[in-house]
Design a binder for this molecule. Structure first.
Ligand code: TYM
Length: 333
């Protein structure tokens, strides 16, 4: 079975709809016919200033949300990044293979430091994509289900794997991005030309899965739409409507053309928004209940994570040992 790896940052109180449709939903679907490793990347979460108590809380909430979304610890390996020390160990090695200029070209770092400049940014934020490459390569990953915003980081992972392999001998499998075209980028409801984002969106622009469903319904109803009245998918001319169609299509599993057809003749933006709001409420209501119920029992979450870390470590340790051997380190007896 092909190996899958992906990760999500515990940097907010709740995942948002973009995280779910762009990534987590695919994680759930890939459990059965893939050997899947999914990780809450707490090491990545400390690259920007953070509060320790909040990080712990958000990490646990992330685990609960992943389970509520449908990850099954009997069918996948679910763990927390900091539990497997090999991630930071391989990150160091890969960092010594990464060009400074190469890392400087990562657009996410450039975006995040655009406003305040690089002076106040941490070295950890700069080397973030290298740690991400280590995450992926440690598991000899075939496919990485992510949203569009991670594509460049995936390219770096591939380049680093190839570089290591050609310098030191075949060690890492070359991973491929698994990005579903339709939901690769869910847009901000208030600014449908920008992606929905934990850090950049205004509250009105984002659907947080653990919010009161009434709040989410209201945000959909207040979403920015476009001039004209026609309901048709056209990202350039009608970004707001197109984003709503994408969301509705993903949540109801109706195709976009079928939805366009449905709204022809008389039905307007108000009807579309009502339908999207209903679909969102129908999804988030049980999701939120399941998450809150899982959080009632933190001990069983800890047990799931302990099992996950053990399984992950077994694979990670073997890859790291091989990489260290190839690099010329004396293998510890
Ligand atoms: P993160 O935590 O920012 O986001 C988690 C996943 O959600 C996707 N995503 C979106 N998809 C569609 N539309 C959006 N608006 C949207 N916003 C976010 C992201 O693409 C991602 O798949 N660097 C990663 C975490 C990571 C990782 C890894 C991923 C660390 N190591 C190894 C894969 C493999 C990140 O910050 O994701």
């Amino acid at each position: 079975r092909p190996r899958v790896f992906s990760g999500i940052q515990p940097t907010a109180d709740s995942f948002h709809l973009g995280n779910y449709l762009g990534a987590v939903r695919q994680w759930v679907g890939m459990q059965d016919d893939h050997d899947a490793f999914y990780c809450v990347v707490d090491l990545h979460a400390i690259t920007v200033g953070h509060d320790p108590a909040l990080l712990r809380e958000r990490s646990l909430r992330s685990v609960a949300q992943l389970l509520a979304a449908g990850l099954d610890p009997d069918r996948c390996t679910l763990f927390v990044q900091s539990h497997v020390a090999e991630h930071t160990q391989l990150a160091w090695i890969l960092g010594c293979l990464t060009g400074f200029g190469e890392a400087s070209r990562m657009t996410q770092f450039k975006d995040k430091t655009q406003r305040q400049g690089t002076e106040g940014a941490t070295v950890g934020l700069f080397t973030y994509p290298v740690l991400m490459a280590a995450d992926i390569l440690l598991y000899q990953t075939d496919q990485v289900p992510v949203g569009e915003d991670q594509r460049q980081h995936l390219e770096l992972s591939r380049d680093l794997a190839q570089r290591f392999n050609s310098r030191y001998g075949d060690t890492f499998r070359i991973p491929e991005a698994y990005i579903l075209k339709e939901t690769a980028k869910i847009y901000d409801l208030q600014d449908p030309t920008a992606k929905m984002s934990k850090s950049a969106s205004t509250p009105g622009g984002i659907i947080e899965l653990l919010d009161d469903p009434k709040v989410s319904a209201k945000r959909i109803r207040s979403a920015v739409t476009d001039s004209g009245r026609e309901i048709r998918f056209d990202h350039d001319q009608k970004p707001g409507v197109s984003n709503l169609l994408t969301i509705l299509s993903a949540l109801t599993e109706q195709s976009v053309p079928a939805l366009e057809e449905h709204y022809v003749g008389g039905r307007g933006y108000g009807d579309l928004k009502r339908d999207v709001a209903d679909a969102v409420v129908e999804f988030v209501t049980p999701f939120r209940e399941r998450t809150l119920a899982l959080l009632e029992d933190p001990e069983s979450l800890d047990n799931i994570l302990a099992r996950g870390a053990e399984r992950a470590r077994a694979v990670a340790a073997e890859t790291l040992r091989e990489a260290e051997d190839r690099l010329g380190f004396i293998v510890a007896k």
